[in-house]
Design a protein around this ligand. Structure first.
Ligand code: NAD
Ligand code: DAU
Length: 339
């Protein structure tokens, strides 16, 4: 199978590309705009493999899409702006990529009659106090990020309904693992803990997320691609839920940092309290998560500890300015526990 993977230089996309090249022998073309979150370094170890091709461009650019999709049997779309806090501060790029970009990709897939998988999120369902969302739960997104992701999902469904495109949607819960940009909770807390920087917990820290190890999500997307029914959406949720403050405490234990680093800061506007996905439909396709949160978090902390060459350029570049704007303080720089 020849795949076009859009957004394949990001966190989940790069893990998916690695899996498809190494475990499935697929040929893979990556189309990626290389925003702040997309890095060719994420694909360094597989870029030389036969069948790998990289095209730099936006999914909203029809010419770049035409070049990248040539010869593909299927499209998997990861390309997105993904950080909720950034969507609250500057929603423009979210609207452009999720609305216009998804439209351009769908048109290209329709023209060529290729299968299309949209990678989506549990956030399209909004927050749930008890129980878990199923695929037939109402879409009730809260932030510009999740609202534009929900809009993209609806557009994808319409292309199946109206044009008969073999389009599927795969909705994941909170991912964590290697190559995640350190604006998200787990890598941010791990790197701050390793450097002795404050650990900024929003609000009361009791918000709950449903954690999935990135390789489990990548495998779930592969199952949906290969075995899912066109027109259907599939939830792919992790095996464990945890409150943010408990995640931070566990990271403190794993890094040996001081609990005094915890700092409660202003809450995120419109903050969703709890996410939880029921994934029976994906499990019926033969998928199941393999990695429990305790084990996955240990592996993740070890990966960041062992790969300073990956995060050092990030922590010394534009990210510092982002961090200052977001948290109203400068990022420290002293590594507490060097190898
Ligand atoms: P990421 O921010 O790490 O990577 C996004 C990638 O998309 C980057 O490589 C970026 O350069 C690329 N990109 C952005 N805009 C683009 C455009 N217009 N054209 C081409 N490329 C573009 O994101 P991630 O965490 O890997 O998320 C990937 C997908 O999975 C997203 O669609 C996201 O909504 C979804 N998702 C993420 C999570 C999570 O916990 N991270 C959970 C469920 C679903
Ligand atoms: O649920 C899936 C979603 O998970 C994906 O669709 C998004 O792309 C991804 O970014 C993620 O969204 P969240 O908003 O849940 O992830 P984030 O890592 O930004 O935050 C996780 C929780 O931690 C959330 O309740 C906010 C809180 N938080 C986050 C940061 C960055 C803090 O308390 N402090 C922080 O500094």
């Amino acid at each position: 199978m020849k795949l076009l993977v859009c957004g394949g230089a990001g966190f989940i996309g790069s893990n998916f590309v690695r899996l498809r090249l190494l475990e499935h022998g697929n040929a893979v073309t990556v189309l990626d705009k290389l925003t702040y979150a997309g890095r060719e370094e994420n694909l360094e170890d597989v870029a030389g493999l036969p069948g790998f091709r990289f095209v730099r461009g936006g999914i909203e650019d029809a010419d770049a899409v035409a070049e990248a999709i040539a010869g593909a049997d299927a499209v998997v779309n990861f390309a997105a702006e993904t950080h909720v806090d950034r969507s609250i501060a500057e929603p423009d790029a979210f609207i452009r990529t999720h609305a216009m970009g998804t439209f351009v990709l769908l048109e290209a897939a329709r023209e060529r009659g290729v299968r299309y998988v949209q990678v989506s999120t549990d956030e399209v369902y909004g927050s749930i106090d008890e129980g878990s969302f199923t695929e037939s739960s109402r879409l009730a997104p809260s932030s510009p990020y999740s609202a534009t992701k929900a809009g993209a999902d609806l557009l994808v469904s319409s292309y199946h309904h109206t044009y008969g495109l073999e389009a599927l949607i795969c909705r994941g819960s909170n991912n964590y693992g290697p190559f995640q940009y350190p604006e998200k909770l787990i890598p941010l807390m791990v790197l701050n803990a390793l450097h002795g920087d404050p650990l900024p917990v929003y609000g009361d820290g009791r918000q709950v997320r449903n954690w999935i190890y990135v390789e489990d999500f990548a495998r779930g997307i592969g199952h949906v691609l290969e075995h899912g029914a066109p027109g259907e959406a599939y939830n792919v949720g992790g095996p464990d839920e945890a409150a943010n403050i408990d995640v931070v405490r566990r990271i403190i234990e794993l890094t040996g940092a001081s609990p005094d680093l915890i700092e409660y800061v202003a809450d995120r506007p419109g903050h969703d309290r709890r996410y939880s996905l029921g994934s029976e439909k994906a499990r019926a396709l033969g998928w199941a998560p393999r990695v429990r949160f305790d084990e996955g978090l240990e592996r993740t902390v070890a990966w960041y500890r062992d790969n300073p060459a990956w995060w050092e350029p990030i922590r010394s570049g534009d990210y510092r300015a982002y961090y200052e704007r977001q948290y109203g303080r400068a990022l420290g720089g002293r590594l507490e526990t060097p190898d």
